[in-house]
Write a protein of this length. Sequence first.
Length: 118
Amino acid sequence: MLTVYGIKSCDTCRLARKYLDQHNIEFRFHDLREDGLDIQTLERWTQRMGWERLLNKHSLTWRKIPEVDRNAMTKDKALAAMIEGPTLIKRPVLEADNFIAVGFSEKRFGDFIENHDL
């Protein structure tokens, strides 16, 4: 089953969900704020793509972190911050057994649909 992790109010997440709906792709939406997030999920994602790629450095939450802390960011600090503030995660995260993607891209989503039996 395909899972889309995001935040309901996020415009990019809405675009991704709309795209999947329009292409009749069944998915489950996991709201990072309402449904929460555990360290095991973040560890799984970082093993597949690295923690730096998950970190949303354009978010207001990131900008609120003191510069000295941003400059000294490590994996452990980043994961703890993401658990505390899910808006620090680039969205949406699209995950299936053999696929993971961050952010919405019609091309990437299209490639995924073409290459997987959904």
